[in-house]
Design a protein around this ligand. Sequence first.
Ligand code: ZN
Length: 198
Amino acid sequence: MGYYSNQISLLIEQLASLPGIGSKTAQRLAFHIIDMPSERVEKLADTIIKAKSTIRYCSQCLTLTDKELCPICSSPSRDQKTIMVVENPRDMSAYEKTGKYEGVYHVLHGAISPMLGIGPADIRLKELMHRLEHDVDEVIIATNSSLEGETTAMYISKLVKPTGIKVSRIASGVPVGGDLEYIDEVTLLRALEGRVEL
Ligand code: ZN
């Protein structure tokens, strides 16, 4: 990249540091941005800064939102007594895309991984248990079918069972090691409908 001026190299470097963006895409984006009218570039930069400063965790389900409660938690048409536990907001939006799930969610922001030194206290389990003190009918565990996801599912079921609340695990139509967000909606629905009580 030595043949580009410093500022361009810097821009390419910053873009390439984003997930899923290789150096070729970063160059393409950088040149595109430079060709854009100044107002559009300012708007883009401004949107990123505003998003960063206003987006926070929903006080109930912990997904990303810009309000105290996210649109799902504050919707009167959602069943507040059914909580689907997912690893991250992307998994939640994958289930939302099916348009068939009527309950609410709980976002763990990770999964238990002894190998990476991520323990139960490092994900948002305490918040989940706190929610279960209220009127809840079912906890659906929809963590990924990776080793970490399964470990987390097992841990949660052990925590929830003594409360007497029904706890279920989505069916294994989801390929092993599969990230929920990459799985098509039909498979997701099948996994949800075929969930088994733990
Ligand atoms: Zn919420």
